[in-house]
Design a protein around this ligand. Structure first.
Ligand code: EPU
Length: 421
């Protein structure tokens, strides 16, 4: 099994280029299936989840070519299959986007229930409710979601919870529906807007993405022919911003949209970190001492749940007691036990973690319990004294492009090693 070995502590200094957003790419690529034509997609991150999706699209009949590491040309004219292969789909949470895309294209879809990161029960009832409102019949048999619709009709759908996945999936399904679909209480994340921009560039008619009411007027065809560039990854950017602060470094985080980072920027400033914003970069200058704060994760524009494990590492360094309340997932603190083994003082009760700060971490063997928790373990390794070995790094490979190289370029001492368990 591969692991990351980190020798700490270090201070990160220099510039880092942020890749295209994982959570936008894993939705835009399935969205290309709705198009009957050629789409050019730029700034696609070269990460495991994307490679798996490109394989799935190929198996469904799409012709995929790469102009370079991050530019994908997707010709979907000969796609003729609505069943996604289990072996590939099972490793990916975002495979549920194939449902919306395939029913838009064929009126039917068969996709196994999603896998991916494990932090508690991850239902898709809101996706299913929306598909049914559009006239589809949905059955779940032996872990496979089977959907059939003789006609997809526009519908008015109110989401009971703000769900990124349901918003995007229903947008996909509605693009070629008969009539207008209105999604109320929709998610406002930048990647929702990115998928709408992609679909509109290919011929769809979607308005309101980025607000809590999205209106989609069904069109007959999506002929493609357009080019779309994936937005920068706000979670990767946030990970590097927090790492700069935690290591007392000075890092310019480049190729980003600073507006997407506002909730994190505000918290870092509240903690006493020096944050300088410009048009497409943010410079973070860490301090020796940071102040304790309370944080609650919320859907965008709130503080992102996907930065919750990483900011915990920084809160561990603050003087005094901080709290984090997880407002999106039922259970996302599995990593706390790993951090405690490095010397952190964290008490978790339900959705709240209480962090008693000002601790010096010491290197230890730890495991990534999911993708973002894995990034947090790496960050803990960067600030800890001595050697940290992070196992289970398959999670980290799912979502961070060139993580090791980017960190080493900033002055970290991290390597990927192959080791028997
Ligand atoms: N929910 C339901 N029913 C549904 C769908 C969601 O109850 O049908 C609940 C969930 O249980 C959760 C909340 O609604 O409590 C929000 O879930 P959402 O659907 O927004 O999450 P998701 O679309 O499955 C995406 C990201 C996650 C990120 C969340 C929240 C992708 C591929 N994944 O998941 O990212 O945590 O939104 O922002 O876009 C990650 O990148 O590491 C990651 C886990």
């Amino acid at each position: 099994m591969e692991r990351f070995v980190i020798n700490g502590p270090c201070s990160l200094n220099g510039e880092v280029n942020i890749s295209g957003a994982k959570n936008a790419a894993v939705a835009v690529l399935p969205a290309a299936l709705v198009v009957n034509g050629i789409s050019k997609i730029e700034n696609v991150p070269d990460i495991k989840d994307v490679r798996v999706l490109l394989d799935i699209l190929g198996k469904l009949g799409a012709k995929i070519t790469k102009e370079d590491d991050n530019t994908v040309i997707c010709d979907t004219r000969e796609v003729d299959c609505w069943k996604a292969p289990y072996e590939l789909v099972k490793s990916m949470r975002a495979s549920y986007y194939l449902l919306g895309a395939l029913i838009a294209r064929f009126g039917r879809a068969e996709v196994s229930l999603p896998g991916g990161c494990d932090f508690g029960f991850r239902p898709i009832d809101q996706h299913i409710k929306g598909f049914e409102a559009m006239g589809a019949v949905v059955e779940i048999e032996h872990g496979i979601v089977k959907i059939n619709a003789s006609e997809i009709r526009g519908a008015q759908i109110y989401l009971d919870v703000v769900s990124v996945g349901a918003t995007i999936n229903l947008m996909l399904a509605a693009v070629k529906a008969k009539g207008q679909t209105i999604i109320e209480n929709s998610a406002k994340e930048p990647h929702v807007v990115d998928v709408a921009n992609f679909l509109n560039a290919m011929g769809a008619n979607i308005r309101g993405a980025g607000t809590d009411v999205i209106k989609i007027k069904g069109v007959d065809h999506l002929n493609g022919g357009g080019t779309h560039s994936i937005i920068p990854d706000m979670i990767e950017a946030g990970t590097f911003m927090i790492a700069a602060a935690a290591t007392g470094g000075d890092v310019v985080v480049k190729n980003i949209i600073p507006k997407h980072m506002e909730s994190l920027t505000a918290k870092l400033i509240e903690m006493g970190v020096n944050v300088i914003e410009d048009e497409d970069f943010i410079r973070v200058i860490g301090k020796n001492e940071v102040k304790n704060v309370n944080i609650m994760t919320l859907p965008y524009p709130g503080f992102p749940t996907d930065l919750q494990p990483q900011i915990t590492v920084l809160l561990n360094m603050a003087e005094g007691v901080s709290t984090i309340t997880e407002g999106v997932w039922d259970s996302r603190f599995q990593y706390a036990d790993e951090l405690k083994r490095m010397g952190a003082k964290i008490k978790v009760e339900g959705r709240i973690a209480v962090i008693d700060g000002a601790n010096i971490l010491s290197g230890a063997p730890v495991k990534a319990t999911d993708l973002r928790a894995g990034a947090a373990m790496v960050m803990a390794g960067l600030v800890a004294k001595g050697r940290t070995e992070v196992s289970n790094i398959k999670y980290i490979d799912r979502g961070y492009e060139n993580f090791v190289n980017k960190l080493n370029m900033l002055g970290a001492d991290i390597s990927r090693v192959l080791k028997d368990d």
